[in-house]
Structures are given as structure tokens and as C-alpha cells.
Write a protein that binds this ligand. Structure first.
Ligand code: WT7
Length: 662
């Protein structure tokens, strides 16, 4: 791996782009040597109701920033702009999949946020209560997030493609009083019944008192008057100002569930002061934003990217954003490029999966549109392969603008490693996220925790706390400690492989743990396994992945069936349906292998490397580095058994044994 990465570094072109002057090295050193001084100065840019007493209280593994300070994020995003020219600026140009549009100025967003906050209060939501937001990409979603922040309610956004069961798991864990949903959502011309999923979740979770429904689709929706309320009815008489709660800097702001090594998603808990500062500063540094910026982050708000960089940071900075409801290729493959030309987007921030999809469909689609408004491009979610980077650079950026490849995580709140054109221009290398943000001190370690020399691949760790760092895992401090702080004590462990090259550029090389990235979405093998064994026909299962040209990785599952159920396309389809109903569409396996036995070591551990080798069509030779304690003979025997005795079915494949109906 090291060698391959090295040759990439040596052979790929570099580019430079224009930016204001600042001294990146100097700023990074200052933040490293005097973090309290540095962050204390940066934090003066926020509006505090009360100044902090102490910039940082760091007792491993808990960092508490701006201790004693009081603020409110909805105030940062809205109220303070009411005294400036930002007041009448467009906050969001929203566009629906059907082509309908809505323009929200800062003044309008401020008014609506107050009204929604009043409505939540009327439902009895108080500071510290939890509210689940299960909504598509419509204006009501950011407005509800701002309204919750305003009254100090902790929100949890659940991605709209998650199933009713997945919603229930999250609602139950966070003990939400309210679920906010919409009648349905538009996706590639279809209407998906979100409200039905919310009802399924509410029935499973006694904590839920009310479902608030935003009318978004025309279809008929059944309402239970005791539990369900239309947003419009609730808003009647709520036209009032709501005083923003004075939140403590370390009060929780939201919980966002993400996959880790366990079968259940963990609730990443973010705070108020440090998070608000971190996302605004990193956005400015990575994208050199200014008053004229028209920002478009294509991520769904259901992920951290959307929380930090669709909703909060752009509003804190008073920027104009585009928000689009639908699929990138609907109704035609140039929908995105049309949107960029229409609104004069100056920064596009998207994912390698999207870029690779457009790449496959050809450069004639972007070529049809005027993309000259673009000033910077961004990428996030998974490693970007140099080929996709160069395609993006040439066909979208027309070789005149740079790409900020931002490496970060749900847990980090905001960008960690990225080019910083907002501080100082530097060279880029296609496929490298380049350098750490000021305040981020990374290192690359071997399995024993020894720092590796440049050029070698190991685990990335972050040696010091930063303001956007998660507060905790929601009511699971043991898991927090174990996941991030136990392997290399005192250092934060993100779980990615990394290599630092001879120029100190960082190359993030994918997950080092059992987390799969499907189209940039995080899902753990344990979660897939525990979902599929919930089906009565399944005895045992193991999940792995295979590289996928577009989605980065594709899910491959190995399943042993219970007696009486022979392998067939029908059972494969049934299990696929079961996974989608339990988790959501992102859990769709690319292929299922039915095997007689899962390969295990004497101590009962699944030989995951071996499964990966079978899934990727590699040979047994490639498994010589089995790290799970299996002997080579054991592995060989298991490999032979697997290769010979398995039935496998690809997604969409028809059963060769099944004759067509006459
Ligand atoms: C994981 C975090 C970051 C917000 C969206 C995903 C991978 C993310 C990059 C990048 C290489 C990347 C990592 C990371 N990742 N961005 N620019 N280059 N890998 O957030 O769901 O918390 O996933 O995504 O593996 O650990 P997430």
C-alpha cells in the first residue's frame, strides 16, 4: 500500500490556486503552541451572551471549550444578522425535485425559526428535551434545527432514507418526545411515504407524544388526531418572537447517529460553543468564503456534512446557499449543472461517488452549461481517487480552480485535514487532503503506537483536542472511551489509515476498522450482520465489502441458512428486502453468498480477510497477512470450502434454476 501511494505522489501533477494572503505555517504553529490564546482570539468573532471564564478544560478524554461562556447558535445564525445588510440577503435558494422553488431571506428564516420555536414550546418541548427530525431536504428541516437550537432542545436528524425500524432505534435511544416528519418525499419522480415510517416508529417508542407533519406531497395521509398534528395547524397563532435560550458553551446541541464497530449506531453528541466556532472557521479556511459566495453543499442534512455545512456554518457566515431536494440525475443528467448556472454557484462541495457517477455518464452533460461562476470545488465523504479528482478538476473546474478535499468525520464536527485557500494558497496533489487545519495535530502510528516515518502507512491519530470535537457518545461514556481513546491512550483515534508523504501531505486511505463506506455513507459490518440474522431463515452471517467503481465500496454478505431453506434468488431477494426494511436503502447488498459454514479460527473469530478475498475474487495468496490468528492451513481449507461450496447471487440477478412461468 505504501509503495502504491508513493508512486501516486510522485507521478501526479500539482496545481496552485489564488487566495488572500495569510501565513498557514505561522497560524498552524501558533494554534499548536498556544491553543488557548489562539482559540480565545478566534472565538471573539462569535456573539456571546456571556464571555467564557476558561478557553479549554482538557481532561482526557473530555475537552470542554469556552467554559462558562453562554451563547445560542440560532442567534449566531440569525439574530445578529438582523442588524446588518445580511438581513435581506438570500439565505437559501431552495429547489424541489419537481422544479418548484422557494427563496428564503435571512429575515424570513428568522421569522419562521421564531414561529417554529413557539410551536415546539406549545407542544411542551423544553430545554434539554429531545426532538427527532425525520424530513427530506425541504426548508422545514433547517428551520426546525434552528428552532430546536433556539429553545435549547436537543435534536436528532434521521436521514430520510432510513427505514421506520432504523428511525425507531434512534428515537428510542435518544428518548425523543416529538417526531417531526413530512407527508412524504419526492425521489426520482416517486413519492416515498415518510409519515408511515414515522407512525411505525412512534408505535414502537412509548416516549413519542406527538408527530408533527409537514405537508409536502399531495397524497392522502391518515392522521390520528390524538397523536398527529399538521405543522400548519400548529403554527396558527405562533407568530411571535421567542427569546433564545442562553446555552452554556458545553450544553449539548444535537445527537447524530453513526455506525461504528458495534451492531447499534452510536449517538455522537455535539456541543454548542466549540462546535459553532469550529465549523464557521474551518469553512472560511477551506473555501475562502466571502460576501459574494453562493455556496452549494450537495450533502443531505441527515449527515454531519449537512448539519455543519448546509445549515449552520453558511448561516453563521451570512452566506447565500443553494438547497436541492432531489436526485442528481433527475429528470436529466445535467440537473446539477443547470442549478449551478441558474443560481451562479461559486463553490460546489460534493462527494467522490457523485463525481464518479457523472464521470461515467460523460463530460458532455456539464459541458452544456455555463459553469464559469465556480471559484472553488470541494470533495468529502470517502477517499477521492486521483482519476476522479482530475476529471472534476478538468470538466467542472476547467483547470482554473482548486479542489478542497476535506477529510473529517461525524465525530470531528468539521473539517480536520484540507487545503486552506482561505488562509494561504498551497500546492495540491490529486487524491490527498493535504494539510491539517490550524489546531489539528495529527500523527501516523504503527500497531504498537510508534510514530511512523514519512512514506509509511499506519493509523492516523489526533494528538490534541480541537473545538469541534464530540462531547461524548450519548449516554454511553464507556463506548466513547473505548472507541476513540483506548488503543492509543491520550490520542483521538479516527479509525482511518493514513500516509504522510515526503512533503508532509496527508493521504487518507480508507477505514482501518469494520466500517464500510457505501457512497460515502457509513455502515458497520456488525450492524448489517445483526440485521440479517434477525430474519428467521438465517443462522449466521458476516458482512464485508468490495471496491466499487462508483460507490467506493459495495456490501457483500456471507450467509448460512437454517435447515429447510435452500439458497435461491427468492430468499436472496427476501433478505435484501429485510435489510432495507430494518436499516434502509443504503444497506442493500451487492451480492449475497450462501455458504455451509462461515470460516472461523479455532477461537471462533470470523476470518474476515478471507471473506474479503473471496468477495473481491482475490486468491488465497493475498490472505497471507491474516491478522485474525488463523493458521495458513486453516485459511486454505476454509477458502477451498468457500470457493467450492457457495451459491452467490448478485443484486438484480435472476435465479438460473427457476424456469420462467409459461
Ligand atoms: C469517514 C467519516 C466527513 C463527513 C462525511 C462523512 C471517510 C470522509 C474523507 C476524505 C478520505 C474520507 C473517512 C472518515 N472520509 N472524508 N476527504 N478523504 N476519507 O462522515 O460518515 O462520519 O464518515 O469518512 O473514512 O473516517 P462520516
Amino acid at each position: 500500500m505504501t509503495q502504491a501511494a508513493d508512486s501516486r505522489v510522485a507521478h501526479l501533477p500539482t496545481t496552485q490556486y489564488f487566495c488572500p494572503s495569510g501565513d498557514y505555517d505561522e497560524m498552524w504553529r501558533r494554534a499548536d503552541q498556544d491553543p488557548e490564546g489562539f482559540w480565545g482570539e478566534q472565538a471573539m468573532d462569535l456573539d456571546w451572551f456571556k464571555r467564557w471564564d476558561k478557553v479549554l478544560d482538557w481532561k482526557v478524554p473530555y475537552a470542554r471549550w469556552f467554559v462558562g461562556g453562554k451563547l445560542n447558535l440560532s442567534y449566531q445564525c440569525l439574530d445578529r444578522h438582523m442588524k446588518t445588510e445580511v438581513k435581506n440577503k438570500v439565505a437559501f435558494h431552495w429547489e424541489g425535485e419537481l422544479g418548484d422553488t422557494q427563496v428564503l431571506t435571512y429575515a424570513e428564516l428568522y421569522r419562521l425559526t421564531n414561529n417554529y420555536a413557539a410551536a415546539l414550546k406549545r407542544l411542551g418541548v423544553k430545554r434539554g428535551d429531545r426532538v427527532a427530525l425525520y424530513l427530506p431536504m425541504i426548508p422545514a428541516l433547517p428551520i426546525f434545527m434552528l428552532a430546536c437550537a433556539r429553545i435549547g432542545a436537543i435534536f436528532t436528524v434521521v436521514f430520510s432514507a432510513f427505514s421506520g425500524q432504523a428511525l425507531a432505534d434512534r428515537v428510542e435511544d435518544v428518548e425523543a418526545k416529538i417526531i417531526v416528519t413530512s407527508s412524504g418525499m419526492h425521489r426520482r419522480g416517486k413519492i416515498l411515504p415518510l409519515k408511515d415510517n414515522a407512525v411505525e416508529a412512534a408505535k414502537k417508542c412509548p416516549c413519542v407524544e406527538k408527530i408533527v407533519v409537514v405537508k409536502h406531497t399531495g397524497h392522502n395521509v391518515e392522521m390520528d388526531p390524538a397523536r398527529d398534528v399538521w405543522l400548519n395547524d400548529l403554527l396558527a397563532g405562533c407568530d411571535e418572537y421567542v427569546e433564545p435560550e442562553h446555552m452554556d458553551s458545553n450544553d449539548p446541541l444535537f445527537v447524530l447517529y453513526t455506525s461504528g464497530s458495534t451492531g447499534k449506531p452510536k449517538g455522537i453528541l455535539h456541543g454548542t460553543g466549540g462546535y459553532s466556532l469550529w465549523i464557521a472557521k474551518t469553512m472560511q479556511w477551506a473555501f475562502n468564503t466571502d460576501k459574494k459566495t453562493v455556496w452549494w453543499c450537495t450533502a443531505d442534512i441527515g449527515w454531519i456534512t449537512g448539519h455543519s455545512y448546509v445549515v449552520f456554518a453558511p448561516l453563521e457566515l451570512g452566506l447565500t446557499s443553494v438547497m436541492y431536494e432531489g436526485a442528481p440525475d433527475y429528470p436529466t443528467l445535467d440537473r446539477w449543472w443547470q442549478i449551478i448556472a441558474k443560481y451562479g454557484v461559486t463553490i460546489l462541495y460534493t462527494s467522490p461517488t457523485a463525481i464518479r457517477m457523472f464521470m461515467r455518464h460523460g463530460e458532455e452533460w456539464p459541458a452544456k452549461h455555463d459553469l464559469s461562476s465556480l471559484r472553488i470545488l470541494g470533495s468529502v465523504g470517502e477517499p477521492i481517487n486521483p482519476e476522479a479528482w482530475l476529471w472534476y478538476y478538468r470538466n467542472i473546474g476547467h483547470e482554473r480552480i482548486g479542489i478542497s478535499d476535506t477529510w473529517w468525520q461525524t465525530e470531528t464536527g468539521g473539517f480536520m485535514i484540507s487545503p486552506t485557500p482561505g488562509i494561504q494558497p498551497h500546492f495540491l496533489k490529486p487524491g490527498s487532503a493535504t494539510k491539517p487545519m490550524p489546531g489539528i495535530v495529527p500523527a501516523v502510528l504503527d500497531a504498537e503506537g510508534k510514530e511512523l516515518p514519512n512514506g509509511e502507512t499506519g493509523f492516523i491519530v489526533i494528538k490534541k483536542p480541537w473545538p469541534g470535537m464530540l462531547l461524548d457518545i450519548y449516554h454511553n461514556p464507556e463506548l466513547y472511551q473505548k472507541t476513540y481513546w483506548s488503543r492509543f491512550p491520550g490520542y483521538y483515534l479516527p479509525g482511518d489509515y493514513c500516509m504522510k508523504d515526503q512533503d508532509n501531505f496527508l493521504w487518507l486511505l480508507g477505514r482501518a476498522d469494520e466500517v464500510i463506506k457505501v457512497a460515502g455513507h457509513r455502515i458497520s459490518t456488525a450492524e448489517l450482520e445483526s440485521a440479517i440474522v434477525g430474519h428467521s431463515a438465517v443462522a449466521e452471517a458476516a458482512a464485508t465489502s468490495r471496491p466499487d467503481e462508483i460507490k467506493g465500496e459495495a456490501i457483500i454478505m456471507f450467509v448460512t441458512l437454517r435447515k429447510g431453506t435452500p439458497p435461491s434468488v427468492e430468499i436472496k431477494n427476501e433478505l435484501t428486502r429485510h435489510l432495507r426494511a430494518t436499516i434502509g436503502t443504503l444497506a442493500t447488498p451487492e451480492e449475497i453468498f450462501f455458504v455451509n459454514l462461515l470460516p472461523k479460527t479455532r477461537s471462533g473469530k470470523i476470518m474476515r480477510r478471507l471473506l474479503k478475498a473471496v468477495a473481491t475474487g482475490a486468491t488465497i495468496g493475498d490472505t497471507s497477512t491474516l491478522d485474525d490468528g488463523a493458521s495458513v492451513d486453516e485459511a486454505k481449507a476454509a477458502f477451498a470450502e468457500l470457493s467450492a461450496g457457495s451459491h452467490h447471487y448478485k443484486s438484480g440477478e435472476r435465479n438460473p434454476e427457476t424456469k420462467p412461468m409459461p
